[in-house]
Design a protein around this ligand. Structure first.
Ligand code: NG6
Ligand code: CA
Length: 518
């Protein structure tokens, strides 16, 4: 009897003890569930003027427009850089890419340039219980040196904050042309190992340079190494036959992975970085989009990207997630037409202006390099607004941190949550922008480009990149297209701008100075 009593008492104590322990656990889950899902949809080389919401009339992007017109449409929204790797670095880490000497266009074999110790958006969100995933273009390096593509590749996105990754390593025009899931090359046959080299070819392997008869897309500049699916690429690759991606199904592959991610993770807050690879070269629309834009493959893949976004939004809607999901849409850098292949981008452009009338383009310190489509959308929470606030992708880290009640920030990433939510029109005071390791400065209505050597026009792509021996100062409110350099007639403003620029960037002597990572 005594024994039974003791047992009963023990059971009671144990149960109460368990309850006590469980209580905060339940409460925690309840608050966690209130946190919104966060999705960043990031296009590749999409120009400010490439979407109809930003004024394009020759091409129609109804699904992107829904985000733009149903949320905040930024007219002064910037990537940190005019090329991919540095912009993605700034976006994910909240650190100016020019602080990291490795943040430049990377080959497919480059080591990971985000330190595993560093803060990233997904890492910050994980401290609040988020599930995190990336689908699409990575281009921030993999591994620590020489990668063995036949083993698990580490570090990869999975070591810098993503629980799930389904990526292409670099770009569509760079080898290896395979998908990588959680560090493993997808569909790789161990009997046909994959090898990659950016310096020299593998014996007996055809190249775009020596075997033009094997190509279905002709290279214009660069892009004359290994041929995959008839497309000559940058870099050499051998083996891995069964793992090679199909270019024309890539849009759908990434879309399906993004949709699956949402469906499988909807029960708890998730962060998804959906990094589309359109309209970067090679432009390989799926058959149903071929010829649809009348602008050649560049226009066709923009329509395809827009369709993907529409399908993806349908999934969010069907799953009942739209009211609890913040969506950020942007692009990694400005537009380019001929970026290395003969694909009619120039010839069939017609009256379309990918830059939306801005000067320069991808690779440029002029506005079109970094001023990109930038929209935030949250059904029921964000009211349709056009915002002229100066805002940068760099600010997402600290702003999303505020959204989820985290105190993680970085020195460069400014907390501008109210601006992203359309509640405030006051964004950044100023911003340093980067192109090919050179930097420029925005402050208020003004844009400054310090003197740089080098040619004014990047001839292969036919884009003005901003080099000039003189200081360039533009009032972009009055002179959006940066046609009138007023540096000489505004010495006071020029001095102010140089002082503001130097305060962030440090003393510069023409060429870029490498700055230690914070
Ligand atoms: C350049 C490539 C260009 C593109 C770019 C990266 C040549 C001549 N040009 O080096 O085609 O791949 O790198 O683009 O090879 S980005 O959007 O990923 O930054
Ligand atoms: Ca890009």
């Amino acid at each position: 009897m005594k024994f039974l009593k003791t047992l009963l008492l023990l059971t009671l104590v144990f149960t109460i003890g368990c309850k006590d322990k469980k209580a905060p656990e339940v409460a925690k889950t309840a608050t966690t569930e209130k946190l919104p899902n966060i999705i960043i949809i990031y296009s590749d080389d999409l120009g400010y003027g490439d979407v109809s919401a930003n004024g394009a009339t020759e091409i129609s992007t109804p699904n992107i427009d829904k985000l733009a017109n149903g949320g905040v449409r930024f007219t002064n929204g910037y990537a940190t850089s005019a090329t991919c790797t540095p912009s993605r670095y700034g976006l994910l880490t909240g650190v100016y890419p020019w602080r990291n000497k490795n943040a430049k266009i990377l080959p497919g074999t480059a080591p990971l340039i985000i330190s595993t110790e560093q803060t990233t958006i997904p890492k910050m969100l994980k401290t609040k219980g988020y599930q995190t995933g990336i689908v699409g273009k990575w281009h921030l390096g993999l591994g620590t040196g020489i990668v063995d593509w036949n083993k698990k590749i580490t570090p990869s996105p999975n070591e810098v904050g993503f629980d799930y990754s389904f990526i292409m390593a670099a770009t569509q025009d760079r080898v290896p042309t395979v998908y990588i899931k959680d560090g493993n090359v997808v569909n790789l046959d161990p009997n046909d190992p994959l090898e990659v080299n950016y310096k020299k070819n593998f014996k007996g392997q055809p190249t775009g340079k020596d075997n033009p008869e094997l190509t279905t897309l002709k290279w214009h500049h660069g892009h004359n190494s290994s041929i995959v699916n008839g497309i000559p690429r940058i870099g050499y690759m051998k083996g891995g036959e069964s793992a090679k991606w199909q270019d024309t199904t890539m849009a759908e592959t990434f879309l399906n992975k993004a949709q699956d991610y949402v469906k499988q993770h909807k029960d708890k807050p998730f962060f998804l970085y959906y990094a589309l690879r359109q309209p970067h070269v090679p432009r390989t629309p799926s058959p149903k989009f071929v010829g649809k834009s009348g602008m050649g493959p560049r226009g066709d893949v923009i329509l395809e990207a827009d369709w993907c976004i529409g399908e993806f939004m349908k999934t969010l809607e069907d799953e009942g997630l739209l009211e609890n999901t913040l969506i950020v849409f942007s692009s990694d850098n400005g537009p380019v037409l001929n970026d290395g292949y003969y694909d009619d981008a120039v010839e069939k452009l017609g009256n379309h202006s990918p830059t939306g009338g801005l000067r320069g383009g991808k690779y440029s310190l002029f506005e079109a390099g970094t001023k990109v489509p930038f929209f935030t959308y949250w059904k029921g929470k964000i009211q349709p607004t056009v915002s002229n606030a100066l805002i940068c992708q760099l600010d997402l880290l600290s702003s999303l941190s505020k959204l989820v009640n985290s105190d993680i920030t970085t020195g460069d990433s400014q907390e501008n949550l109210d601006v992203f939510m359309g509640k405030s029109m006051i964004g950044r005071k100023d911003l340093v922008l980067e192109a090919n390791r050179k930097t420029a400065y925005r402050n208020g209505d003004w844009a400054l480009i310090p003197p740089y050597s080098g040619s004014a026009v990047l001839s292969d792509v036919n884009i003005e990149i901003g080099n000039s021996k003189e200081y360039q100062l533009y009032n972009i409110k009055k002179d959006r297209a940066q046609q009138k350099n007023v540096a000489k007639t505004n010495p006071k403003k020029l001095a102010e701008m140089i002082a503001g620029y130097t305060a962030i960037r440090g003393e510069q002597k023409g060429e870029i100075k490498e700055v230690e990572l914070k």
